[in-house]
Design a binder for this molecule. Structure first.
Ligand SMILES: Nc1nc2c(ncn2[C@@H]2O[C@H](COP(=O)(O)OP(=O)(O)OP(=O)(O)O)[C@@H](O)[C@H]2O)c(=O)[nH]1
Length: 382
């Protein structure tokens, strides 16, 4: 395997020590349930709910703060809502609210109407290694309340900690939870409430994949991004392309060919390698610089005639492509097509930015159409 960098590393990247472990994310806010809304509360939200010890804080820390899965063993129980504003260094401009396991809807200080009104997605985490009967009851109570306040919310169920289950057991657990949850909804005449199910674990890439799908549903420009990726790969003879949020390794779009987990993992690993190398060797003499910037690009040639190609698209986004070695011989063509693709992406989000200022949803969600505003890029960078 060889890694090539087009630009000298020292010019492109930052320093390991100067690069914050949480990738420069904004400070976490800790809030009492009865807190009055702060100005940042107007950002669209993704809620993480579920029983105690189901793994909510671990998911948030692993996906958005680069915590290693083993470190989550030492996380203390959450007893207040944690509002995590990840917009300062991520493409997707939202807040993640991590709820304590014991949220009581009947507590008069818990203003759940206010909370659900500004919510784009509600992720309910179920511990698959535990008895899930109580969790199903809680799921039903939570989603039915939320749906009555805001039917626009996307309801996502993470069947979590599946690393401890065999493949057969995983499928059986998913089928059982799906069946019981939907039966409960049917009994309450809530057939229109749609639940999506994902098998997740922080010990592999499944949690990043699931989060990618949750976030994609909140991006109104998704069909445009997919079209652009389709055009790009077919004109450049590329097998697969992902548009990544570099910080979280969430892919915000891919072309329409099916995603296989191995390709996704390979691309995630490439981002890790590039950022790690740039953190270690990318330092300027004075210690300034950034681990990811306009010059960032990398080519990794694998021993199976596959090439991985990463290029910067915006301050927060990278395109990672998988292609055959023979296609990479026409690198000039690929680079020209990439230039057009990058320009189009910038234009898409400039339009997105201007409409962010004017569009609001019927349910009052303070953002683009369904629930998420996006960090666009200024025209001057195009
Ligand atoms: N095996 C396994 N353990 C996990 C996974 N995710 C989280 N855990 C473990 O589950 C335990 C509880 O995780 P937390 O993230 O604290 O759970 P929580 O839902 O935030 O808990 P509360 O704050 O009490 O509501 C920790 O010991 C984690 O290491 C997973 O995917 N697999």
């Amino acid at each position: 395997m060889s890694i090539q960098y087009e630009e000298p590393l020292a010019d492109s990247f930052g320093v390991a020590d100067s690069f914050p472990k949480d990738f420069g994310y904004g400070e976490e806010e800790e809030a009492d349930i009865e807190d009055s809304p702060s100005p940042s509360d107007s950002k669209p939200r993704i809620l993480l709910m579920g029983l105690r010890r189901s793994g909510k804080s671990s998911i948030q820390k692993v996906v958005f703060h680069k915590m290693s899965p083993n470190e989550t063993l030492f996380l203390e129980s959450t007893n207040k809502i944690y509002k995590d504003d990840i917009s300062s260094s991520s493409f997707v401009n939202f807040q993640i609210w991590d709820f304590p396991g014991q949220v009581d809807f009947f507590d008069p200080t818990f203003d759940y109407e206010m909370i659900f009104r500004g919510t784009g997605a509600l992720i309910f985490v179920i511990d698959a290694q535990d008895d899930y009967v109580e969790a199903l009851g809680r799921l039903h109570l939570t989603v039915s309340r939320a749906y009555r306040v805001n039917p626009e919310i996307n309801f996502e169920v993470f069947i979590h900690k599946v690393d401890g289950l065999s493949d057969d057991h995983k499928i059986e657990t998913q089928r059982d939870i799906n069946q019981r949850a939907n039966d409960d909804l049917a009994d309450a005449s809530l057939e229109k409430l749609h639940l999506s199910f994902y098998l997740t674990s922080i010990y592999d890439h499944s949690i990043f994949e699931a989060f990618s799908k949750v976030v994609q549903k909140l991006i109104p420009q998704l069909p445009t991004l997919e079209n652009l990726l389709n055009i790009f790969i077919s004109n450049s003879v590329i097998e697969k392309a992902f548009l990544f949020d570099v910080v979280s390794k969430i892919y915000i779009a891919t072309d329409s060919s099916p995603v296989d987990m191995q390709s996704y993992e390979l691309c995630c690993d490439m981002i890790d390698v590039v950022i790690d190398v740039s953190c270690i060797y990318g330092l300027k003499e004075d210690g300034s610089g950034s681990a990811y910037d306009k010059e960032s690009m990398a080519i990794i040639k694998l021993n199976n005639t596959t090439v991985l190609y990463l290029k910067e698209v915006t301050k927060f986004l990278a395109l990672v492509c998988i292609l055959r070695e023979e296609s990479f011989e026409r690198k000039g063509l690929i680079d020209y097509n990439f230039h057009c693709f990058r320009k189009a992406i910038h234009e898409v989000f400039e339009v997105g930015m201007s409409s962010t200022r004017t569009v609001s949803t019927p349910t009052g969600t303070p953002c683009l159409m369904k629930g998420v505003a996006l960090n666009g890029t200024p025209r001057s960078t195009v």
